[in-house]
Every structure is written in structure tokens, then in C-alpha cells.
Design a protein around this ligand. Sequence first.
Ligand code: NAP
Length: 320
Amino acid sequence: MKAIRVHEFGAPEVMKLEEIPAPRPAAGQVLVCVHATGVNPADTYMRSGNYAIKPPLPYTPGVDAAGIIEAVGAGVTRVKPGDRVYTSGSLTGTCAEYAVALESQVHPLPERISFAQGAGIYIPYGTAYRALRQIARARAAETVLVHGASGGVGLAAVQFARAAGMTVLGTAGTPQGLELIQREGAHHAFDHRAPGYTDGILKATAGRGVDVILEMLANVNLGADLKLLATRGRVVVIGSRGDVTITPRDVMVREASIHAFTLWGIPPADAADVHAAILAGLDNATLRPVVGKELPLAEAPRAHTEVMESHAFGKIILIP
Ligand code: NAP
């Protein structure tokens, strides 16, 4: 089968399309015929070698995918060959024509969701739900700012928050991104590249501030976020690419809190909650993964370069 292989950590070009034997599922495992695989920023951090998770070399990148169960190992009962699934990780990597996963790493993909959309589910929607509902414990009447709403996690957060009855403020850095986040449910959209845009955010809350901020770029925004919070507001740091200075007094006077997490550490009971919420939202169409771009698997280096650039517009998907 064709697969992307990484033999050394480094720039996107270390990823090569190679022919390798297809893996076979052992007991408790399934073989997925991969129809689409999603590209997440974390895939690029891993490939660079500068990340907490450093796979043994050589490896095949990719966590999120969608496809069809090709075969199952002994003892597998939850899925059968022919089932449509999305993955939350795998044992062999998803940037390939086939991937072996644990039975617990595959989840039903409703008919109405395309494989390309299915490849943009787990990390974006899992992260958004965990941040919004499990960490911030946001409630229906609250106001949520999705700071960086035009990418994978941001759009998922906008959709979850809107469906739950919250007032949703979102930011993007391009006209297309601003239009997209409003189409997907943001009541108010702000350009995070425009000088003074945070004044507009405060104005939209009549000066009260927002209850919850989901932050995609904390090293740039955390200091300003703390001045945008309402009393007992919560910031959840989802993404950060460097250091930042904050004024602790901004947290004190608001009795506010700063939370942070990585999806890798999610406890099994919370993961079950995440997948149930995702399935319900996909079924009732409140969740609609946005595919910005589809590229052939061989263009994995380009996909890794582009996912780290600005101008996000939903997900970048690779097709084996
Ligand atoms: P993505 O699809 O590449 O989207 C990046 C988002 O950041 C876009 O909406 C982009 O907007 C926005 N952005 C750019 N400059 C910004 C600024 N100055 N202020 C606010 N937002 C800005 O990435 P993603 O998959 O959504 O992930 C977002 C971040 O969360 C990444 O850093 C990722 O590593 C991290 N993450 C963490 C976890 C976790 O477990 N904690 C899980 C998933 C992702 P424009 O391009 O429109 O400017």
C-alpha cells in the first residue's frame, strides 16, 4: 500500500510517499481502508521532532481519518467490515491507504457526513468540546469568544457553542474567514489582525466582558484576553506557540481563571462523553465539519506547510 513515511524528524520534505506492506489487525484491532485523512497542527509538531510526543522512526503520520472497516481481529464486536468510521488515532498512522487501529479508536460515521468531513472530526471537535463543555463548563446563557475561529478547532467550537444556546463571538484574519465563521454560527465576527479589534469585542458585550474565551494562540493573546473577561470568566488555552506576559491582577479583580489542557490526556470517561456529543451533533446537523482543501496524499509536505500558515478556512484533507 501507499503510505507517507518519516525516516528523520525535520522540515515537511522529510515526508516521503512510499510503498509498504499493508498492516494486519491482531486481536482487538481493526483494519481501516482510509478514504481521507485530516491534517492537524500537532502532526507538524511531531514531524519536526520538537514535541512532547516523539514517535519511534520510521513512522507514518496522521491521527484523524475516515474510511471503511476492511477487516477486524478476534474479539472485535463494536464494528464489522463495511462500517463507515472516523478515527481518534491509530496504531500505524493514518496517512496511508490502510491503517490498523484499536477497536476503541474507531467511531461510527453517519451517512450524511462525507469521508473528507469525517477526516476532520476527532482532534478539532474533540478539542472544542473538551474546552467548551468539560473544562470551561460553559452554559447556555453564557457568552463565548472563540479566539481563532476560522480553523479546525475554532469552527467546531463555534458550532458546539451555537447549538448549545450560547452567544458566540469569533475572530478570523481574512474576509473569507470572517464570512465563514458567521455562516457557521458566530453572532459577531472580529478581525484579529485589525488594530483595536478587542474594543469591538467589549462593545458587543455592552462592556460586561465574555464568560468564556477559547484561545488558539495564547502566546499572542492571553494578556489581552484577561481584560476581555466578565466576572468569574474562564480562559481555556488550546493553542500556544511561545511565551507571553500577563497581568495577574486582571485575573484577581475578576475572580477569573485560566485553564489549559492537551487532548492526549483525556480520561476514558470524558472521551466517551466527547464521542457521544459528536455523534449526536453530526446526526442532527448542528455539527458540519468544513473542508477547506483536499489534496492527494503525495502532497502531505504542502499540507503540513499550509496548516501552519495564516488564512485558515476549515480543514486541509489528504486523499490516499
Ligand atoms: P488551524 O486550523 O490552523 O487554525 C488556526 C486558527 O488560529 C485560525 O482560526 C487562525 O485564523 C487563528 N489565528 C491566527 N492568528 C491568530 C491571532 N493572532 N489570534 C487568534 N487566532 C489567530 O489550527 P487548529 O487545528 O484550529 O488548532 C488551533 C491551535 O490549537 C493550534 O495551535 C493547535 O496546535 C492547537 N490545538 C491544541 C489542542 C490541544 O489538545 N490543546 C488540540 C488541537 C489543536 P486566521 O488564519 O483566519 O488568521
